[in-house]
Ligand binder design. Sequence first.
Ligand code: BES
Ligand code: MN
Ligand code: ZN
Length: 491
Amino acid sequence: MKVKFNEIATGDAIAAPAYTGAALSDAAKALDAESGGAITRALKTSRFTGAPGQVLALSAPSDMSAARLVLFGLGDKKALNGNALEQAAAGVAKSLLTSGAKVLSLRLDGVADLEGAARAGLGARMAAYRFDKYRTRLSDDKKPSLEALEIVVTDAKAAKRTWKDWEPVGDGVELARDLVNEVPNVLGPEEYARRVKKLDKLGLEIEVMGEAAMKKLGMNALLGVGLGSAQESQFIVMKWMGGKDGYQPIAFVGKGVTFDTGGISLKPGEKMDEMKGDMGGSAAVVGLMAALAGRKAKANVIGVIGLVENMPDAKAQRPGDVVTSMSGQTIEILNTDAEGRLVLADALWYTQKQFKPKFMIDLATLTGAILIALGHEPAGIFSSDDRLADQLFKAGKASDEGVWRLPLGPEYDRQIDSDIADMKNIGQGRLAGSITAAQFLKRYTNDVPWCHIDIAGTGMHSGAKDPRLPTFGTGFGVRLLDRLVRDNYEA
Ligand code: BES
Ligand code: MN
Ligand code: ZN
């Protein structure tokens, strides 16, 4: 779906907002007048109250060129913000996606400021996203009809300029979703690396390392996870240097397990297919880097992802194995299904050593326990730095990708001490599983300000009610981290 801006509504469907109490916005009042009072007439016999998410659809009178009119709720006028506009536009777009309507005019003139209009565009694009590449028999009436969203604003030229700064975020979210949704027989580490390499067309500098290069660096924790796979593990560094020359970069690190069977500590069969999404952290980093490059962010940013497939095999690592990580610290593998932390241990160590970043943020579908604690929203964050955690929390509020901080502490850290090595890769029993995993990662940060985001709940979500979310891969993290960079780290 294309997003356009115009100063008049030319679509075959025209939507305008109302606030709490079914109070018509100026745009809706204008539309009501143009339609000879069709909207106020329809309101009289409806239960529409202007609450967020509500839509009232009616046929346009015969003297209008549009076929449908839609009144949609924006809730409390005083509380109107980018999040509300994003959600509302998503709701309207979703309701018309396969309706037969081709061009939806969304009247936000006199309603939204420039960023608000762009956020509406982002929301509608998120709602229009589909992963249909493997449906070869989709009947025409099930295919999306909506080709374009035309956002009506008072200054279309200015709105287009603002959109240039937001459209890449939509692209980044779509890219992340496509990677998470892609099937695991297609998207192994090698194909993943090929796809990421192509992003150099955006101006990203991309370096791909295979197993030989990783062996040289001593990344045995990461390499151990990929031993059972027929595919070669990959390590990718993406650079966007849009900030001041020589300015200390910020870094994002992602877990990219393209499929997690659990390895020799094999997972049960039920829902194992969902483990194609165990690379969601890396997908968020890739989507973020694409977004930052696309909108030419004025920041120096490093993106690092470790790509491996966790398979059981004669060559796979065993529970009981001890590996020496790149940091020199040894790890007793007591459960081969706690593999994400092994990948991140080497990725984090490499990142701080190579780039001396101002901070590191890692994203990972790390623990099932975070789903038990927080459900599908918010994401759990763990940080060694209060300021960074606070910035992330605020970015979560502003982007509508929420996070909630959970504790770290020495009493948790002790749980990962091993009897025979420097540490083991699981805690004591199942208690506080997300925290002991985070404590493990902390040992590889070398005291660089760091935050870990556990997106096992937020990164994949089948059957979400939010109109912005498709089934399964959400692209979580792209908007959150784009916002963090936008608000705090651009020159
Ligand atoms: N990828 C999983 C975590 C996960 C579970 C993500 C469910 C999304 C949905 C991770 O590698 C894993 O298996 N974690 C184990 C750790 C345990 C063995 C200490 C878990 O959470 O059970
Ligand atoms: Mn696992
Ligand atoms: Zn995993």
